[in-house]
Design a protein around this ligand. Sequence first.
Ligand code: ADP
Length: 494
Amino acid sequence: MGSGQVLDIVMASAECAPLAKAGGLGDAVPGLAHELARRGVRVELILPDYDLLRSEALRDLQTLSRPVQVMHRGQPWPCRVRVATLGALRCVLIGADAPETFFQRGRLYGEPDDAARFAFFSRAVLAYLGQSGRHPDIIHCHDWQTALVPVLLNEVYRAAGLAHSRVCLTLHNLGYQGLVGPEILHQVGLDAERLMVPERLLDPQGQLANLLKGGILEADFVNTVSPHYAWEVQHSEQGMGLQGVLQAVSHKFGGILNGLDPEAWNPATDSLIPVPFDQEHLALKARNRAVLRERLGLREREAPILAVVSRLDRQKGVELIAHGIERAQASGAQVVLLGAALEPEITRRFERLRERFAPDPDVHLELGYDEALAHLIYAGSDLILIPSLYEPCGLTQLIAMRYGTVPIARRVGGLADTLFDANDSDRPFGERNAYLFDDPTPGALDQALARALQLWREYPHYFYQLRLNGMRADHSWRLPAEDYLDLYAFLLGH
Ligand code: ADP
């Protein structure tokens, strides 16, 4: 990019809300992309053209007359490309007619050939850029699904014209790395024998190729979605086997906190809550609490509501969640849970808990995914429990705070970067916003919960202040976007 020219970014991702979203990645990509576009950056998103794409949000959707030719099993495979705009962003959708109906599965992930599907997509991203003559300044990749992009760029496409693009790889969750056999590399035209060695793609633990490891080694910069998680993945088991690899790339590794879309989560304008409120009208939160109680069949009484809104996944500390529900109920609080599990064993665990508490007018467990109910819970609750075993960034605590709900959380990952304990923090009181604990044990959780409940009961004015502190903090994409712009400038040598 010459001086005076517009910075040109391509984001390659498997998810982008509202088009296709399974988790935090789906929110982060458009959040960052829109904020960059607002600052005059040219941002183009490249996504798989899934059959379940929610295309209502797209404008000016059109199919390019020339398909992109993607090498697959040694043959060029013609793939349809559609382009559209999503707000201020240009969207490129690749591969409606990809081989083996790769993107016609009725879901984003969970297919036995996920690795082949996204390896193909990674190759398609570069094929599209090469064939359309696009030479972006930065190709920004996300998670294992697009981690093969920098590998393919260095192995194939730099020589084929994409010589100058720099690659940034953002790690949203080290729990998923993309472990594949050599055939997947062959399929996308890579030399598996040469690449499956310890200093390249070979997984540290075994015989397979690790796509994420390849991306980490080959990208020009790698970042996690919070600074604390960046430290944890280098120095603890949270690196999920890639600690050594991440330490070896310390010179090009860091953490940048995710933001939250302040419009999607704004208690003053939220059409999904019965009584909108803001800092000046925080008393109105009580009316949302009343509606929440009525909706979930909780009795009206002088007690705080402790909420859990979470995927019921081991990462989220399911045992601690179950314990927290029991403990909070025994301590006189009311409890609501909204959560969905993928693992049948975890579903059964929470079904049993739901049965046990079914007659209790102070506890309600809702097993499933319900966007509207999530909004009402954030608006109507007093405390939210987030006992994650690991948390790359975490949106739940940021959303809860916007709605004046105080987190009780484990001091890990992005929770440690965004939450400051009411009693035990080096932050000024005006920045304290939560109750934290360190050990992933019931005892540690109980202690934090007891402190929170005590403040609620005995010092309501201070509790009110904690709510306000959380509501005041700026967790929009403004600061993260500045960090990414600094990073891009650094990568481009400016
Ligand atoms: P992760 O992406 O690991 O699930 P985050 O804290 O980053 O965790 O984001 C979780 C998001 O998903 C939040 O917006 C939360 O409100 C939402 N969420 C989680 N479980 C449910 C559910 N059962 N129903 C509705 N929304 C949910």
